[in-house]
Design a binder for this molecule. Sequence first.
Ligand SMILES: Nc1nc2c(ncn2[C@@H]2O[C@H](COP(=O)(O)OP(=O)(O)OP(=O)(O)O)[C@@H](O)[C@H]2O)c(=O)[nH]1
Ligand SMILES: [Mg+2]
Length: 110
Amino acid sequence: MKPNLNNAALKMSAGLPKQFPADRLPQVAFSGRSNVGKSSLINSLLGRKSLARVSGEPGKTITVNFYEIDKKLYLVDLPGYGYAKRSPEDKKRWSALTDGFSRRIRTSIP
Ligand SMILES: Nc1nc2c(ncn2[C@@H]2O[C@H](COP(=O)(O)OP(=O)(O)OP(=O)(O)O)[C@@H](O)[C@H]2O)c(=O)[nH]1
Ligand SMILES: [Mg+2]
């Protein structure tokens, strides 16, 4: 099953865990410190300039973004960690979001 990397689209930009896609497609997630280039790497892998939004400032990605590749898998762009200049409310919201994603990984294993 070689996915056609030219057939990529943003399926869901989730601000809440309940918005994560419920289908069973495989997911490959990109996690890491803010501003290391996760979103840029996704664009580069897909040969696109600005499918995933990128910024010179850390904290650009604030939702969990599911890019569906050729109806075969998702590349998942996660908000980065370690960026301090945010309000406590924002931090709490992103923790809930990324914790929700990790919980989904743990509970989806058959
Ligand atoms: N020099 C260099 N800069 C890069 C590379 N990849 C990304 N960058 C730059 O790093 C900065 C951050 O890139 P992003 O892709 O937005 O980083 P991110 O990890 O998604 O950041 P968050 O969304 O905050 O978690 C941008 O200014 C990019 O242009 C690279 O391979 N080399
Ligand atoms: Mg990003």
